[in-house]
Design a protein around this ligand. Structure first.
Ligand SMILES: [Zn+2]
Length: 121
C-alpha cells in the first residue's frame, strides 16, 4: 500500500500527523467533520474551498481513508466488547449489594448513636 500523506488540507490549520493513527483520529473528530461540512457549504461560492475539498476527496478516495476508518472502528468495537463482558456481569451484583447495604447503614447509625449515648456519662 502506498503511504498515506499524513495531513488534512481542509481544516484551517492544515495539520500534519506523525502517524496514520493520529490522522484517522483527526478525520473522525467532530472538529474535522465540521470543517468538512463547512467546506461543502462554502465551496458552493468559493472556488478555492471547492478546490481544497476536491483535493481532500481525491486523497480520501485514493488512500481508502473510509476503509481505514471502518477497519479501525471494527477493531475498537471488538476490543470494547471483550472488555465490557466482565463489567456487564458485575453490574447486577453491584446493584444487589447496594440494596442490601441500605438497611445495614441505618442500623449502623442507630448503633453508633447508642454507642455515643453509652459512652456519655
Ligand atoms: Zn481536518
Amino acid at each position: 500500500m502506498a503511504s498515506v500523506p499524513l495531513l488534512c488540507n481542509i481544516c484551517p490549520k492544515e495539520p500534519e500527523f506523525s502517524d496514520i493513527s493520529h490522522l484517522l483520529t483527526h478525520v473522525a473528530s467532530k472538529g474535522h467533520l465540521f470543517q468538512h461540512h463547512e467546506a461543502q457549504i462554502r465551496g458552493r461560492q468559493d472556488a478555492t474551498i471547492r478546490g481544497k475539498l476536491a483535493t481532500y476527496d481525491r486523497w480520501h478516495e485514493r488512500y481508502h481513508i473510509g476503509k481505514l476508518l471502518s477497519d479501525r472502528r471494527i477493531a475498537k468495537e471488538t476490543k470494547d466488547a471483550s472488555s465490557r463482558k466482565p463489567s456487564g456481569t458485575a453490574k447486577p451484583s453491584a446493584a444487589a449489594s447496594t440494596k442490601t447495604a441500605k438497611p445495614r447503614k441505618r442500623r449502623a447509625t442507630t448503633t453508633a448513636k447508642q454507642r455515643v449515648c453509652a459512652l456519655a456519662p
